[in-house]
Every structure is written in structure tokens, then in C-alpha cells.
Design a protein around this ligand. Structure first.
Ligand code: MSP
Length: 508
């Protein structure tokens, strides 16, 4: 199987925050799971460097646009490195191959008559850079209280409206195109109103930082038209010599776009209609995730959130546990609350107590009493067999959850088995068994080692470094296909260093 996964490309007017990190961490987790299952993966992320927001930020910082975006792109790459993000390609919309692909698409659509120009007349607010209509105004001013002036300017439009019915039919025929279901219904609801043509130009006099129209150098492309095309240009769209790459990823694999729910309309309406006009297949899935909210229920942003910023929690709990929290505490598609206390509580309950305790108890007892892995006995007690069967079934359960884009379900399954194992070890008390019945102790510890091995394999996409340590400790170096091959007797098992120390942290 081939898996082509994308994140949105982020505006570089801001340093990376929770919103950027969340989408990127979850995408990385999904990509790593697919690699673990042996799939061929292309994981794309990048930055959106054109448009008004970025131009305004360059002015604010007093830098030349290119110098500014160069340094901001580096910021994103640096944070992704710190968060252990393993992308396959990082696209920047200032990449020359991308700009050329955008221009080629514009030219193609213009030649096909899909793009036309007309004068656009409206009431323009210079400071907000937005057009208003009479009915939007409050006492002749914008809702923010700014002046408007009548303005007439030439604009280019994409005949998006022509594709309304085809888009509705396509969405209805492909239940996986827009996910989750409630987002699909939202878009179908939106499409009950007439779909207008899309203005895709900005006069250069107002916005110089963008991709120039090939047939009119006085205009640059609307930032979304430029940005959406990144998903196709990154895998070779309109590039000589890249035809087979494009065929493989765009036509055969089909893109899975992971995005935030606030950018669903451009992805689920503009983008598919653009692709229809260009004559390309649509993505396989557009999956909109929810938001991290503050404790009072507002969307978290740079200015709204707890005093300790989400990414600062890296220093408190470590990178892998933070990745775990971001994947575990929100069901992909829903909203959830973020607070430092929630992070600490989750990490202590499931990583320190559940997984960490099992690891240290098991490896301590094995090292002290057996020196090496005792090996699973040929016949098992009923409770050992029940737990072992459940452990080996985890592979297919986790895989099914991931293929369904539900990493939170995958983690829940793993946590349930770990809890079961902690009850099992508590009941069988191998620290007592070693005194009375060494064989029984060997059985208990061997089953626990199997659980640790399976958890180590299946949690590795979420916590790559921690799981590598688990594997080293128990002397296992296989992969997903070895999940139900018992660890051979005699495997060297080391006493584990505390991998998940309890976090002692209190909010002020
Ligand atoms: N440049 C466009 C995307 C173009 S894609 C062709 C853009 N960039 S952005 O920098 O604003 O991206 C923000 C992303 O972060 C969105 O996916 C958004 O949903 C996500 N988040 C921002 N705040 C968020 C939370 N509080 N919680 C989760 N994600 C949210 O939009």
C-alpha cells in the first residue's frame, strides 16, 4: 500500500504554536504507523509564504520578504526537529518549481476559459485590506470602526460556480472524501447555497508578494490558489522528469489531507473544483481535525491559552510524552481542552504508572532472578493465555484503528492491555512466586515481556525514542511482523532505567 499524507502548509507570519504542532505531530504519528506496517509513505509538510499576512509581517519586521520567509521557514524546520517529526519533503511556496507549477495551472485554466477577468466594485477598507458591501457597514464604517472608500479594480475569477453540482455528486458518492461525517454534512449544507466564482487575483499595486499571473504581470495569485497547489506540485505536478512520481503519488496513492476544521472550505470546495478544472483526480480524503481549547472553551491561539504554552510542556514532560498526550487526549475530529495539568495527569497515569511501572518491575525481576528472558513455557495457565492472546491481537486492532484515522482508539486499546497486565502482575505477584515456584514466576514475567515488546512496537510511532529504549532493554530488534513471535528464551534483558519518571509539577 502507498500512503500520501499532507499537513496544511503554515503561514510564516507567526512562530509555530499548538495549532501547527498538533496537526504536524498527529500526521507524523500516522505516517510512522504506516511505515511500521510496511507501507510506502510520503509525508509532506511545509510553509505558505505568500499573501497579505506574510507581506504585512515582513514590513513589521523591516526585512526583505525573501530574507524574512527564509528565516521563518528555518524556525518551522527547527521545531519539527525538536518534536521528532520525520517528514519526507518540506515544501515552500517560494520554491521555484512550485511557482512555475502554479503559473502553468493558471495559464492552462485561462486557455480553457476557466479564468476570466472583470471589474470588481466594492467598498474597500485600506487598513483592514477587505472589501465590504453596504449591508456589512455599521454607521458607514466597518464593524471594526474603520473608514471605507469605493474602489473599482480589475480581478480574475475562477469559474468555481460551474462545478457546484459535480462537487455535490462527488461528495455524495465518496463517503470518505470529507471526514468526519459531520464535516461532510457541513460542506453539503454550504453547497445548498449558490456557489459563486472565486476571485483569485490581487492587484500587484496592493500586494506585491505573490505568484505573478503569467498573462498579466500586474496581478498576483490569491494566496489559497497558490497554497492548495502545493499538495500536487510537491509530488511533481507540471514538472518535466517527474511524471512517474506524480503518477505514483497523485494518481495511484491519492492524497490524504489532514487539516484543521477552520480551513475546511478552501480544502473541500476550492481545491476539488480547481482539480476538476485542471483535470486531475481528487484527494482520497480530506480529514478535518478539531481544536485544542482553553479551559474556558475558547480556541487556543498564541494570545489565548494557559500561562505555560503547550510547546513549553516539552520541557516539563519531554518530547515523546507530549506527542503521546496530543495523540491520546483528543479524538481526531473533535475538540478537546488543553491545560498543563491535563498533560501531567495523563503522563503520570498512563506512562509513569501504567507502562513505566510494568517495565521496571518486569525487567528488575527478570534481571535479578533469571539473568535472561526465561522464555514462554509450552503450556500456559488460563489467565496467562487470555492476556497473551489479547496482546497478540493488538497488532490487528491498532492497524485497523490507524487505517480508519483513529489514533486515539489505537492508544486506548494499548492502554487497556497495559492495565490488564498490571492487574495480572499484581494478582500473580512474581516477587513472591520467585520464592515458591520459579517456573510460575518465569511464566508471569515472560507474558509481561511479551506485552512490553508489543507495546514497544505499537507505541513506537507515537514515542519513537522511548520505545527504542524499551526494545533495547528487553533485547528485541524486530518489527511489526514479529509482533507475535515470542521473545526467545535466553534473550538478554537489562534492568530498565526509569523511562517515564513521575512528573511533579503543579500549576501556580
Ligand atoms: N496557510 C494556511 C493553510 C494552507 S494549506 C494549503 C493556514 N495556515 S496556518 O498557519 O494558519 O495554519 C494553522 C493550522 O493550525 C490550521 O490547520 C488550524 O486548524 C490549526 N490550528 C490553529 N489553532 C488551533 C488549535 N487551537 N487547535 C488545533 N489546531 C488549530 O491556515
Amino acid at each position: 500500500m502507498k500512503f500520501y499524507l499532507t499537513t496544511p502548509i503554515y503561514y510564516v507570519n507567526d512562530t509555530p504554536h499548538i495549532g501547527h504542532a498538533y496537526t504536524t505531530v498527529v500526521a507524523d504519528v500516522l505516517a510512522r504507523y504506516h511505515r511500521l506496517f510496511g507501507h510506502e509513505v510520503k509525508f509532506l509538510t511545509g510553509v505558505d509564504e505568500h499573501g497579505q499576512k506574510v507581506q504585512s509581517a515582513t514590513v513589521k519586521h523591516g526585512l526583505e520578504p525573501q530574507a524574512y520567509v527564509d528565516s521563518m521557514a528555518e524556525n518551522f524546520k527547527a521545531i519539527w526537529k525538536e518534536l521528532n517529526i520525520q517528514y519526507d519533503f518540506f515544501i515552500r511556496t517560494t520554491d521555484p518549481f512550485h511557482k512555475k507549477a502554479v503559473q502553468d495551472c493558471l495559464q492552462q485554466l485561462y486557455d480553457q476559459g476557466e479564468i476570466y477577468s472583470k471589474d470588481y466594485e466594492g467598498l474597500y477598507c485600506v487598513s483592514e485590506e477587505i472589501f465590504y458591501t453596504e449591508k456589512d457597514l455599521v454607521n458607514g464604517k466597518t464593524p471594526l470602526g474603520n473608514e471605507v472608500v469605493p474602489l473599482k479594480e480589475k480581478s480574475y475569477f475562477f469559474r468555481m460556480g460551474n462545478y457546484q453540482q459535480r462537487l455535490i455528486d462527488t461528495i455524495q458518492k465518496n463517503p470518505n472524501l470529507i471526514r468526519p461525517e459531520h464535516r461532510k454534512n457541513e460542506i453539503l449544507g454550504f453547497l445548498r447555497q449558490p456557489l459563486h466564482d472565486l476571485c483569485i487575483s490581487r492587484p500587484k499595486a496592493r500586494l506585491s508578494w505573490g505568484v505573478e499571473f503569467p498573462f498579466d504581470p500586474d496581478h498576483v495569485t490569491y494566496v489559497w490558489f497558490d497554497a492548495l497547489l502545493n499538495y500536487a506540485s510537491a509530488v511533481g505536478l507540471k514538472q518535466k522528469g517527474k511524471e512517474s512520481e506524480f503518477q505514483k503519488w497523485w494518481h495511484e496513492a491519492g492524497a490524504v489531507h489532514l487539516i484543521g476544521k477552520d480551513i475546511l472550505t478552501p480544502h473541500a470546495v476550492y481545491w476539488p473544483t480547481m482539480l476538476m478544472a485542471i483535470g486531475l483526480p481528487l484527494p482520497k480524503t480530506i480529514f478535518a481535525h478539531g481544536w485544542w481549547l482553553t479551559e474556558s472553551g475558547e480556541k487556543m491561539s498564541k494570545s489565548k491559552g494557559p500561562v505555560v504554552k503547550p510547546l513549553d510542556m516539552k520541557a516539563v514532560v519531554g518530547v515523546d510524552p507530549l506527542r503521546y498526550f496530543l495523540t491520546r487526549d483528543i479524538a481526531l475530529g473533535n475538540d478537546a481542552a488543553f491545560s498543563p495539568d491535563l498533560v501531567v495527569t495523563r503522563v503520570n497515569a498512563e506512562l509513569a504508572n501504567n507502562l513505566g511501572n510494568l517495565l521496571s518491575r518486569t525487567t528488575n525481576l527478570v534481571e535479578k532472578n533469571f539473568g535472561k528472558a526465561p522464555g514462554l513455557p509450552a503450556t500456559l495457565s488460563a489467565e496467562s493465555k487470555e492476556l497473551l492472546d489479547r496482546t497478540y491481537e493488538l497488532g490487528s486492532k491498532v492497524k485497523a484503528a490507524i487505517l480508519d484515522m483513529a489514533p486515539q482508539t489505537a492508544l486506548q486499546e494499548i492502554v487497556d492491555v497495559l492495565s490488564h497486565t498490571n492487574r495480572y502482575i499484581g494478582d500473580r505477584a512474581p516477587w513472591k512466586q520467585v520464592k515458591d515456584d520459579l517456573n510460575a514466576a518465569g511464566e508471569t514475567l515472560s507474558v509481561c515481556l511479551e506485552v512490553l515488546k508489543v507495546a514497544g512496537i505499537l507505541l513506537s510511532p507515537v514515542m519513537p525514542d522511548k520505545c527504542r529504549s524499551i526494545m533495547e532493554t528487553i533485547g528485541f530488534n524486530g518489527g511489526f511482523d514479529d509482533l507475535s513471535k515470542p521473545l526467545p528464551a535466553g534473550t538478554v534483558v537489562k534492568k530498565a532505567e526509569p523511562l517515564f519518571p513521575r512528573v511533579d509539577w503543579k500549576s501556580e
